[in-house]
Write a protein that binds this ligand. Sequence first.
Ligand SMILES: Cc1ncc(COP(=O)(O)O)c(C=O)c1O
Length: 356
Amino acid sequence: MKTTISIEKTKSERTRHPEDQLGFGKYFADHMFIAEYSEGSWKEARIVPYGPLSLDPGASVFHYGQALFEGMKAFRGQNDRIHLFRPDFHVRRLAHGAEKLCMPSVPAELFTEAVEALVKVDSSWIPKSEGSALYLRPTLIGTESFLGVRPSQKYLFFIITSPVGPYYSEGFNPVKIWIERSRVRAAVGGLGDIKAGANYAASLAASTAAKKKDFAQVLWLDSMERKYIEEVGTMNVFFKINDEVITPALNGSILAGATRDCVIQLLKSWNIPVTERKISIDEVFDAHKTGQLKEVFGSGTAAVVSSVGELADQDHRITINNNQVGDLTKKLLNEITSIQLGKKSDPFGWVKVLES
Ligand SMILES: Cc1ncc(COP(=O)(O)O)c(C=O)c1O
């Protein structure tokens, strides 16, 4: 299917900022994509100047939280071509989330054509410097105006884009992570494995408290026993214990990260043992005590592969690898970013190069 997408170009360009001062998610590009869903179909697919949406205060997203999003990146690759990273993965994950939240899924063709048309219109916003990208935020919300708990019958799918640098203020230096012992992010059977806005609302009190203590994010533990590691605020997490890399298995409450999947595929291709299983926080402390904990890192679209230099809670504080980025962490970061930019071949088919 070829979607007809109308394009209205902006008459007043938004302010651009130097690439070394982008930070993460502070600025938005000139245009956005919008499509509306009602009576069983998606309509009025269009690219318009970036700006406010007009929604009825009764819109269900404000009351019953039907809000779901994705986060993906476009890069300026070799020969100045536009590289999209794993768009198919994001289409599938959005569809999985939509099903869980009783929302209509965004057809793969609509998603793909919208993303491609938008990044082409705003291609001059794709930053070129190392560590930067155009971050895309496809978002699906319920817009029908009513009170009473039921799924909305009207939806908006929009995509905004933001030129970004490194996610953490630390850049790619190791970050400090606080182990959250009392609050939980998600429970098995709930929404933890989808990018529902509600999960992030549920995380804010813990992450705000951690930031006050000068920690970048929190490490979540399981909701039942408060013992097994789930993930970090916006990253999946990996532990290198001796020569084996361990990451929590996808149990239904952890987000199945695109970058997590990249890390696992790369490790396998390098014949480095990688295991997806339950791992308790005590096992990590024990491995540290005996000198077997070699590296800890997080993976995410925003943070790519990010070294964890310190893990702490009220009773513990451990420094990992002398607070230095480990060799494996560095290698994974370098491999993934090289594939994203087309500096290395793409044996897994992760990159979609756009024809201009
Ligand atoms: C809660 C959570 N876990 C993990 C991730 C990493 O997922 P991905 O690699 O797909 O960005 C993210 C970011 O999307 C996230 O928000």
